[in-house]
Design a protein around this ligand. Structure first.
Ligand code: ADE
Length: 224
């Protein structure tokens, strides 16, 4: 899989992608994440990429020219499964959408900044708009990093234990059950006995019961 990310501040994401599971997946050749600095596509003297909004008002808008030039350049090199713009207007990211995106081969992410991008880019190129929650971030970079992380960890081989991505919260519509490690007793609190029993079927049943219980108490909306 390849993910191209267009941003005016790619440095915001560099460290994350260099130190996370994403870096391991990249090293193993499972994914390639490529950043594109929008300033490199500006023909203005000071590599300016934004302009004042028509009609007035506060804030700047990322202009059509550098962004369309960058997108056209990338589209001439490969076909994208989705061209995604991160915005609070988008559909809220859920595990189902992450699963769907993880099946793609090439994804193009566009990060907005300032007041956002010129509407005509959204009309002409964007195939999906994604929000990571009902709050406003100062740019799309964190949303792009969150989305890429959620996708990349699903690629077979990206995380150590291949079965564990499938046992994540949300994969079966339930929150994950509690987990424990050594010591078996801490401050008078003992690990549930069934987990020490070695009885695989009973452990599986206990985990499922706990997942249902946890979902009922913390996120009953998921059971609707
Ligand atoms: N850009 C600004 N706010 C955002 C949000 N909540 N989700 C995705 N992109 C954004």
């Amino acid at each position: 899989m390849r993910i191209d990310i267009i941003s005016v501040v790619p440095a915001l994401m560099n460290s994350f992608f260099e130190h996370s599971i994403c870096a391991r997946a990249a090293k193993a050749g499972l994914v390639e994440v490529v950043f594109h600095d929008l300033h490199d596509f500006s023909e203005k003297k000071h590599k300016q990429v934004d302009d004042y909004p028509f009609g007035g008002g506060a804030g700047m808008v990322i202009a059509v020219e550098p962004l369309s030039k960058c997108i056209e350049f990338l589209k001439s090199e490969r076909e994208y499964d989705e061209i995604i713009y991160f915005s609070p207007d988008g559909i809220v990211l859920k595990q189902g959408l992450v699963n769907q995106l993880s099946l793609g081969e090439n994804l193009l992410f566009i990060c907005g900044h300032y007041k956002g991008i010129d509407e005509r880019i959204r009309e002409k190129y964007v195939t999906k708009e994604i929000s990571i929650g009902d709050y406003v971030l100062s740019g799309g970079e964190l949303a792009a990093a969150v989305t890429a992380d959620a996708i990349i960890r699903l690629i077979p081989g990206a995380i150590g234990d291949e079965s564990s991505a499938l046992t994540d919260s949300f994969q079966d519509g339930l929150l994950a059950p509690p987990v424990y490690t050594r010591p078996a007793s801490f401050d008078g609190m003992d690990v549930p006995e069934v987990l020490l029993s070695g009885h695989e079927k009973k452990i599986e049943e206990w985990r499922h019961e706990q997942a249902v219980l946890r979902t009922q108490t913390r996120r009953p909306d998921l059971l609707d």
